[in-house]
Design a protein around this ligand. Structure first.
Ligand SMILES: Nc1ncnc2c1ncn2[C@@H]1O[C@H](COP(=O)(O)OP(=O)(O)OP(=O)(O)O)[C@@H](O)[C@H]1O
Length: 640
């Protein structure tokens, strides 16, 4: 690599030297020839080497001699031939005098050091050659211009000294370098031979760059000699090539100007755009910051709302949910006791026996439905709970309240009900059948309602003499069974769902309970069997109250076995079921006592904490093990 670079440098240096020598041959020989014609033999060959050429000029004598020949007195000082001064100093003095004279004649010069041999390699000899050729041009111009001789301090002399030597030498070298076959170098000679300023200007006109120099010079304000009137440059004849060159230059210049203008315009547009974009960006940033702030606030609000909901949900998840429903007043002359119903589940009632300021009693439930609430409004709030049956949760919904408060209306609907008056029983079962239908490709459901009505006598254990079990396929089947059950004073529906999913089962129950009126027996005014039944129901509800109380107190013993009702509801109340109680109110003032009693009971129910609801799912393995245990039990029993 290194050797390759060295070779490359060597070749470059060699090439450089070669071109320098050939350049010297073209100009240097001419300079030698001219100097010999002025000062006589130089003591070197006609075609010397650069070294020989510089050596013969180093003492400055030849140069001073030559300049004095063409411009007498240019170097005023007599050359010191006496060698009184050290030789090197004399040489330097001569060269310096020559260079000063050149400067006075406004001819191009060189540095004294350019004549030292050490600087030859740096190409210093070319400056010396240029200088001599300039002097030659000046001499030739002086000799050929007749008018020139008589002009002492003329512009033209100045112009000639300033322009001609530079341009002519440049031109001559350029022409020589180009080895012009078309005789352009001869044209240069014309400058010297034709003794004409006009001809010189013609030559000048061939080089556009010289024209501008010449023009600049003329514009410097130096007075023109009256006898020399240079022809305006524009009028000088030019050949076709030059025309093309000039026109090309003009076109290029024009295009550049146009491009520059366009770019300037584009730059201005870009600047405006940049400022606009910057402004837009700032606005966007500010806007975004505002949005972010807003979003942050909203997020905070949402997060605290979510926390509240979670707290509420956790609380209600664990507690029995209580919904309250107030039926309309049928007797318009009767006063109502309901003072206020809040969307948050708050309810205020007024005691008609007390003065206004002491009359108000307040209660809080999960939800309170006003007399204007429709069956659909009630169902929509209940639906999510009902649907959890399909996921394996046991769900119990029971309606509580005094006679005529609307329990049956909520659970079943009014007698002869229209489609919009259907109660929760119908709507819930209808919803479950719809889900079954949707999932029929994935699961098989078996829904079996138990139509249970309470027996009129107290029984031990859990025997339900009037209970029957039917398999149903549609809502209508269930409704028919319900109609049959409605003849009974109190009834209990259990909808059991079985689900088959890849061998596993989900088993859950939906209890829909329409309890008997909660009012005291003495107020129900029934006799005979109905009285017995009422007493029994009353006892059942009383047992329910005891159970609820024990649960609310977190007692270790819960008296479920005190009634069939509480025994049946054991799972729903103390187990892992989801339970909802509908507390029904008759709003008339003569029912105020029962209303407060119902509200107090409902309030207590709402404080009962249930166990965490669990879905009843059994895998195929668990089912298999259970079957085996049952089998073993039987086998052991038969073995006795
Ligand atoms: N929200 C309601 N909107 C319109 N009418 C209602 C509403 N609630 C109840 N009713 C009507 O009030 C009357 C009594 O209602 P319902 O029979 O449902 O009471 P109940 O509590 O079931 O009584 P019982 O304990 O005797 O069975 C019925 O005529 C019923 O249609």
């Amino acid at each position: 690599m290194a050797s390759a670079i060295t070779t490359g440098l060597h070749e470059f240096s060699f090439g450089f030297k070669k071109s320098r020598r050939s350049r010297f041959r073209r100009g240097g020989f001419k300079a030698v020839q001219w100097l010999q014609s002025i000062v006589g033999k130089l003591g070197i060959s006609d075609q010397p080497s650069e070294k020989e050429f510089v050596s013969c000029l180093r003492n400055g004598l030849i140069l001073c001699n030559a300049i004095n020949k063409i411009h007498p007195g240019a170097v005023s000082k007599s050359f010191n031939r006496e060698y009184q001064l050290p030789q090197a100093y004399q040489y330097f003095e001569n060269v310096r005098n020559f260079l000063v004279a050149l400067e006075q004649l406004r001819l191009p010069g060189f540095e004294a050091s350019d004549l030292e041999k050490d600087n030859l390699e740096a190409g210093s000899v070319s400056k010396v050659v240029d200088c001599i050729l300039g002097l030659k041009g000046y001499h030739e111009c002086k000799m050929t211009s007749s008018g020139y001789k008589h002009v002492k301090t003329p512009t033209f002399q100045l112009s000639a000294t300033k322009v001609l030597p530079v341009s002519a030498s440049k031109a001559s070298r350029q022409l020589e370098r180009n080895d012009c076959a078309d005789g352009e170098s001869d044209q240069l000679k014309v400058i010297a031979n034709e003794n004409s300023t006009v001809n010189f200007q013609k030559i000048i006109s061939r080089f556009p760059e010289l024209q501008s120099i010449f023009k600049n010079f003329l514009n410097e304000g130096t007075p023109k000699p009256s006898d020399v009137k240079p022809m305006p440059l524009e009028e000088l004849p030019v050949n076709e090539d030059d025309k093309c060159r000039t026109s090309l230059l003009h076109t290029t210049s024009y295009n550049h100007k146009r491009l520059l203008k366009t770019q300037e315009n584009e730059l201005a547009v870009l600047k405006t755009l940049f400022i606009q974009t910057k402004q837009d960006f700032k606005e966007f940033q500010a806007h975004q910051q505002r949005d972010l702030m807003e979003l942050g606030n909203q997020m905070q609000e949402m997060s605290s709302a979510a926390q509240d909901i979670t707290k509420w949900w956790k609380r209600t998840e664990r507690n029995i949910r209580v919904f309250c429903r107030v039926r309309p007043i049928f007797n318009s002359e009767m006063k109502g006791v309901i003072d206020y119903i809040g969307k948050d589940g708050s309810l205020f009632v007024l005691d008609p026996s007390k003065p206004q300021k002491d009359a108000r009693k307040t209660f809080q439930f999960n939800q309170v439905f006003a007399p204007t609430a429709t069956q659909d409004d009630v169902f929509r709030e209940t639906q999510p709970l009902i649907r959890s049956v399909m996921d394996g949760y046991n769900v119990c919904i029971f309606a509580y309240g005094q006679t005529g408060s609307g329990k049956t209306y909520t659970m079943s609907g009014p007698p002869g009900r229209s489609a919009t008056e259907m109660g929760i029983n119908y709507l819930a079962l209808n919803d479950l059948f719809l889900i079954c239908d949707k999932r029929k490709d994935m699961m098989t459901y078996d829904i079996r309602p138990n139509d249970i009505r309470t027996c009129s006598s107290e029984d031990d254990g859990l025997s339900l003499p009037d209970a029957t079990m039917h398999s149903v396929n549609s809502t209508m089947d269930v409704l028919r069974l319900m109609e049959a059950g409605e003849v009974n004073r109190a009834y209990f529906y259990g909808a059991r769902t079985w689900e088959d999913t890849s061998g596993g089962t989900i088993r859950s129950c939906l209890h829909l309970v329409d309890l008997a009126g909660s009012e005291r027996v003495d107020k129900s005014e029934v006799t005979g069997d109905r009285l017995k039944e009422a007493q029994y129901i009353n006892k059942s509800l009383s047992c329910l109250g005891d159970v609820i109380y024990a649960l609310a107190q977190k007692n270790s013993h819960i008296p479920y076995r005190n009634s069939k009702l509480t025994l049946l509801l054991q799972d729903a109340l103390g187990g892992q079921a989801k339970t909802l109680m509908f507390a029904h109110l008759s709003p008339e003032e003569d029912s105020f006592g029962e209303t407060v009693s119902t509200l107090k009971f409902a309030q207590r129910v709402s404080t009962v904490e249930l166990g965490v609801a669990r879905a009843h799912k059994e895998t195929r393995e668990v089912m298999h093990l259970k079957e085996q245990i049952e089998h073993l039990k039987k086998a052991l029993g038969s073995g006795d």
